[in-house]
Design a protein around this ligand. Structure first.
Ligand code: RB5
Length: 157
């Protein structure tokens, strides 16, 4: 992971149910040399997952960080919310195979995880797989372009 000398930037966020896993991922990424932009939450006090999802998604869509990671209880709520931001392709992932596919096939730019479903160790392995993978382009580019086109039609309405 992060084989270049240049530091890579990652946006990360969670709600209360994802807080512990988010902290573990953040620690790991910082140790690995990433610059981590943590939008919160910063405790296990109950919060609303769309807030952190929106903050990470808007940063990634604006190009402040190329990729983001979000954690809620299941990974579902933050994915639904993040995908409302144009330019975001957020994928709920709970294993290494789909983590890689999300990057290679779907050019996912936000990874979402369920903090109540997986242990921190597996979450870190999944994040590493996601960050190591590259978008494969080719026929996948055409398909991602069709998704972007759908987004633009919605913006024009
Ligand atoms: C919070 O209880 C929970 O609903 C939230 O973390 C998430 O799982 C929603 O999708």
């Amino acid at each position: 992971m992060n084989s270049s000398n240049q530091k890579q930037r990652i946006a990360i966020g969670a709600d209360h149910a994802g807080f512990a896993v988010k902290q573990a991922i953040k620690r790991h990424l910082e140790q690995a040399g990433y610059t981590v932009e943590d939008v919160g939450t910063f405790s296990e006090e109950s919060v609303d997952y769309p807030d952190s999802a929106r903050a990470v998604a808007e940063r990634v869509a604006a190009g402040k960080e190329p990729l983001g990671v979000l954690v809620c209880g299941t990974g579902i709520g933050v994915a639904i919310a993040a995908n409302k931001v144009p330019g975001i392709r957020a994928a709920v992932v709970h294993d290494k195979v789909t983590a890689r596919a999300a990057r290679e096939h779907n050019d996912a730019n936000v990874l979402t995880l369920g903090g109540r479903l997986i242990e921190p160790g597996l979450a870190i392995e999944i994040v590493k797989e996601f960050l190591d993978a590259q978008f494969a382009g080719g026929r996948h580019q055409r398909r991602v372009d069709k998704i972007t086109e759908m987004e633009q039609v919605r913006i024009r309405r």
